[in-house]
Design a protein around this ligand. Structure first.
Ligand code: FA5
Length: 358
């Protein structure tokens, strides 16, 4: 607590002495906390100089006049010195922290880590865009499917040898007849029947989605992979429409000067059935030891055909009136061709070094 002033000592000299002592003390202060203590001691409500000024009233008139003027001048001086000292301490603090946390505005910025679309998603979208541009609509369907749609509606009854074309993962659930009616769909073709059951021609849809097969994996086979199915049904659709549409697709995805080749193939739900190949864009049929086409000059990219009349009849369409074409392709295999990826297992092994390249 500051001492009370002894008013018998309030002389010009004592005021000057008080100011000198206060100034000297102020000079040695270099933190804000001590500065506040100093302010309270001299200039606070009960501070030493404030006490002197308050006590002046007890002096006689002449003494009061002289001491009063000196006292007020002392107060102004100390307040000014306090302000200067405060500024000095603040500047020093700022300079110190600027030195410690120096901000180098010339450093290059740090990019935030952003995610990206999986390469399969990218290629599926690219494939869909090519068909959307030709008037197709995207439809999706269930991955857990009934035997009814995966096989029977596609002209593959129970016991049909063609079931062996699709090694199936069955759901562990028996019906009353002791059969397993549910499975993980082995292809996107079951959506053909589902779509046709839900609408009347004209039909023009593509169905991207995941499929599952009970298969050993190797460089070109995964046990889960994507397919993109296509279906067009209307009055008067011919094999020429199938060829034209798929030729246009090949050009949109692999370049204007692509050639396509159709060869007979068998799928129970199309008649005639074909596989479609594109000419090898790596060696143009002239390579020796070509990784892509194995020197055949052709790369197979999908199965296709004219929708079987039994499939049309099965969903209640009149096969005498309507015809259509369907196709099914594997996007991972397309991405492998397009980007030179030599092992399909890379897509789903979650190696960021692979995924970051797309
Ligand atoms: C089918 O699945 C037929 N549903 C395609 C079809 C649709 C034919 C409509 C006619 C009309 P396939 O089993 O060949 O056909 O498979 C089609 C494509 O799926 C293949 O060309 C391949 O790209 C891809 N595929 C098949 N099995 C695998 C697998 N294990 N791993 C990766 N991709 C596969």
């Amino acid at each position: 607590m500051p001492e009370s002033p002894d008013l018998t000592e309030v002389t010009p000299e004592s005021i000057q002495g008080l100011v000198q002592g206060a100034s000297a003390q102020l000079e040695s202060i270099d933190d804000l906390e001590s500065l506040e203590k100093w302010r309270v001691e001299y200039l606070g409500r009960r501070g030493r100089l404030t006490g002197v000024l308050r006590g002046l009233s007890q002096l006689d008139l002449e003494q009061r006049r002289v001491a009063g003027a000196l006292g007020n001048q002392a107060k102004r001086q100390l307040e000014e010195e306090l302000e200067q000292r405060t500024r000095k301490i603040n500047d020093a603090r700022l300079a110190k922290s600027a030195g410690q946390d120096r901000l180098d505005v010339t450093l290059p910025g740090r990019l935030p880590v952003t995610g990206r679309l999986h390469p399969t998603t990218q290629i599926v979208r690219e494939i869909c865009d090519a068909f959307i541009g030709m008037g197709f609509t995207v439809v999706e369907g269930p991955e857990v499917e009934w035997d009814h749609y995966n096989f029977e509606m596609l002209n593959i009854p129970k016991g049909h040898p063609a079931r062996d074309m699709w090694n199936t993962l069955w759901i562990d659930h028996r019906n009353e007849a002791g059969e397993y009616p549910m499975l993980l769909r082995t292809h996107t073709s079951p959506m053909q029947a589902r779509v046709m059951e839900s609408m009347q021609p004209p039909v023009r849809v593509i169905i991207p989605g995941k499929c599952y097969r009970y298969e050993a994996t190797d460089a070109t086979h995964e046990w889960h992979f994507y397919q993109v199915e296509g279906l067009a049904v209307d009055d008067g659709i011919t094999f020429a429409d199938l060829k034209g549409t798929l030729y246009e697709f090949a050009k949109r995805l692999f370049g204007e000067d692509r050639k396509v080749r159709f060869r007979c193939d068998y799928f129970p739900f199309v008649e005639p059935g074909v596989d479609m190949s594109i000419d090898c864009f790596a060696c143009h049929g002239e390579g020796e030891g070509c990784r892509l086409c194995r020197d055949s000059g052709w790369i197979e990219i999908m199965g296709a055909g004219m929708v079987h009349p039994k499939v049309l009849a099965g969903v209640g369409y009149d096969p005498e009136k309507y015809t259509g074409f369907a196709f099914g392709l594997g996007p991972e295999r397309i991405a492998m061709l397009k980007y030179g990826i030599d092992d399909i297992r890379l897509f789903y092994s979650n190696d960021l070094r692979f995924l970051r390249q797309f």
